[in-house]
Design a protein around this ligand. Structure first.
Ligand code: ATP
Ligand code: MG
Length: 636
């Protein structure tokens, strides 16, 4: 029996779930009416597997729904409380955003950007990033945002793949007190590509850059742009953006999202999961370069006319207290972050958050990886003081928005640390075996989604075949998520990590997430990553990397033994690592995920591939050193 936490929060709307269960199409039809449409649809869903079209015939505009509709009631309300890395701050109201977006939409038009054209955006976390996205959306251009940590080679691939003629970037961006010259990276990326006609350069860091004939400064273009630009009436299925997935597991795929369905999904989930109120101050720590930033920094909060904090820099810069300082400064009420960030905060020790007033908080969210029960409880107790529910949201770049989550804005449900509880209304999913049959209670299987949903990707950009193969070929007419899960006897779903992240030891398959969660549940451990390295006898043997909680200095032999005993009793002897290595950090993407493909590549002496999304290169050096020692000891 897992522990449950019932703090009795939540509205109760049984009716909504009933309706969704009986007819998901008419249920979503109702939800879509919360948005402002120029003209209504003739068909709610056109489903020709694996292609779904939502609200066919309806016309809508994302930028209109994010800005225009608030100009009567909320023009002076703050949309963005921007916090720079070096203590600068800016406040933008809904009226400010409206004006800037219209002006920038006119700038794009003046550069001959038309409906359906792709625009690449490579900007740091500054308000001009959402402004650029909304300006694209306003005229029907398809934005493709590239996280500002990506390398020139990654940009080149993406610009070529999306055939973007216009790129928006900045001179530089701040990262841990240093200035990264973004313009230089773009120059390298497009060197020799004829495709790109214009590069718009925002002056953010005032670092030295070189400008060519293609390059124009943001401010110069904005100065002469008119501040009125009507939003285009776009088909509901018109593409809003391409977002290349983070590549934790390999080659990036251009996930293409539409407009009407996607916005309906975001509007609904933001209301249900975060119970958003006009007085809330929302803060999502995700970079807009990832899907969480697209969906729950840019679109969902603006659709609701919410006030939110947007932070430019690293969460532990200039010191370990930065996040809590921001929460206190802006009286944040809803905080949405990742398990990885939480494990890091936990590692710093409780004194850090305890020295801040976090009493404004009422809801705490998490996304991106399975959250270990230990970390969940820490978040609940130390940050939320046992009064804020933990909203563990499971979703993917491809799903557009949350699919599994507690929904305090809709219903009361007891929470179980480590489970995202149940699917949201309108989503019908199962945990199945290799044949597609539902597995028994508490048995591991593949998570599949049985019916289309509004936030679902339209396809992979320029590659319908790959879209079909990756998501729809394993099980007929059911979406294959690629994640392992179990379902318990209360119907709660437990995510167990990716199906391609399994260790195969002596014929057994062990999920990395399960093993890591077991290790992290030890009181001295902050973070862990496990991986398999090949072994002639067993196929693979497991090695584990462990980061201890801040300040802990422990006899590692004794601790190693304790951890091994724990693994044996919690999972079984088969999962015993050959060796446990204590390191000070793990290689992670800036979206907060441990790069297991990298650990594995180092372990097998393979080429490690694109490292540009890595948070900290030093972690790679440390892990590599450990592997070299292993190799050496095997040889000796
Ligand atoms: P790529 O698809 O390129 O390998 P990615 O899968 O890391 O990258 P995302 O779409 O951002 O890119 O992440 C989705 C994945 O993150 C899910 O498939 C799941 O494995 C994991 N995930 C997200 N939220 C949760 C959660 N609440 N609990 C467990 N796992 C989660
Ligand atoms: Mg994925």
């Amino acid at each position: 029996m897992s522990e449950t936490f019932d703090i009795g929060l939540g509205n109760h709307d049984v009716h909504l779930r009933k309706k969704a269960d009986s007819d998901f199409i008419s249920f979503w039809d109702d939800q879509a009416r919360n948005l402002s449409w120029f003209s209504t649809w003739t068909a709610t869903l056109d489903w020709k597997p694996p292609f779904a079209k939502w609200f066919v015939g309806g016309t809508i505009n994302a930028s209109y729904n994010a800005l225009d509709i608030h100009q009567n009631s909320r023009a002076d309300k703050t949309a963005i409380l921007w916090e720079g890395e070096n203590d600068e701050s800016r406040t933008l109201t809904y009226a400010d955003m409206f004006m800037q977006v219209q002006k920038f939409a006119n700038v794009l038009k003046s550069l001959d950007v038309k409906k359906g054209d792709r625009v690449t955006i490579y900007l740091p976390m500054v308000p001009e990033l959402p402004i650029s996205m909304l300006a694209c959306a306003r005229i029907g251009a398809i934005h493709t945002v590239i996280f500002s940590g990506f390398s020139a080679a990654s940009i080149r691939d993406r610009v070529n793949d999306s055939e973007s003629r216009v790129i928006i970037t900045a001179d530089g961006g701040y990262r841990r007190g240093k200035i990264v010259n973004l313009k230089d990276v773009v120059d390298d990326a497009i060197d020799g590509i004829d495709l790109v006609d214009h590069v718009i350069v925002l002056e953010r860091a005032k670092n030295k850059i070189s400008m060519s004939a293609k390059d124009k400064f943001w401010n110069d273009l904005m100065d002469s742009a008119s501040s009125s630009c009507d939003a285009e009436r776009l088909e509901s299925t018109h593409p809003l953006y391409i977002l290349y997935t983070s590549g934790t597991t390999g080659k990036p795929k251009g996930v293409l999202h539409g407009t009407g369905g996607y916005l309906t999904h975001l509007y609904s989930t933001f209301k249900w999961a975060f119970d958003i109120q006009d007085t809330d101050v929302f803060f999502c720590t995700a970079d807009i370069g990832w899907v969480t930033g697209h969906s729950y920094v840019v679109y969902a909060p603006l659709l609701h006319g919410a006030t939110q904090v947007m932070y430019e820099g690293a969460p532990d810069f200039p010191d370990e207290s930065r996040m809590w300082d921001i929460l206190q400064k802006y009286n944040v009420t809803i905080f949405y972050t990742t398990p990885t960030a939480l494990r890091m905060f936990m590692k710093f020790g409780d004194d850090v958050p305890n020295s801040f007033d976090l009493s404004s908080l009422r809801l705490l969210g998490t996304v991106g990886e399975p959250i270990n029960p230990e970390v969940w409880k820490w978040y609940f107790k130390t940050i939320g003081k046992e009064k804020c529910p933990i909203i563990d949201t499971w979703w993917q770049t491809e799903t557009g928005g949350m699919l599994i989550s507690p929904l305090p804005g809709l219903e009361t449900i007891p929470l179980k640390p480590g489970s995202g509880t149940r699917p949201i209304p309108g989503i019908n999913l199962d945990v199945v075996d290799e044949h597609g049959d539902v597995v028994p209670i508490n048995t591991k299987g593949h998570l599949v989604i049985n019916n289309p949903w509004p936030g679902m990707l339209l396809t992979l950009w320029g590659d319908d075949e790959k879209y079909r193969n990756v998501y729809w070929s394993k099980y007929e007419n059911r979406y294959y998520s690629g994640d392992f899960a179990t379902q318990d006897d209360d119907g709660y779903i437990w995510l167990l990590g990716r199906a391609d992240d399994v260790l195969k030891v002596a014929g057994h398959r062990i999920g990395t997430a399960e093993l890591e969660s077991c290790i992290v549940s030890h009181q001295s451990v902050a973070e862990s990553a496990v991986c398999g390295i090949s072994d002639n006898v067993k196929g693979e043997v497991i090695i584990a990397f462990v980061v201890l909680r801040h300040g802990l200095k422990i006899d590692s032999d004794a601790l190693e033994k304790e951890l091994v005993d724990k693994i044996r009793s919690d999972i079984g002897a088969i999962a015993t690592p050959r060796q446990i290595y204590f390191v000070s950090k793990l290689p992670k993407t800036r979206s907060g995920k441990i790069m297991r493909r990298l650990l594995k590549a180092i372990g097998t002496n393979e080429v490690v591939g694109d490292l540009s999304t890595l948070e900290d290169g030093a972690a790679v050096t440390e892990v590599k050193k450990v592997f070299d020692e292993i190799q050496k000891s095997i040889k000796d």
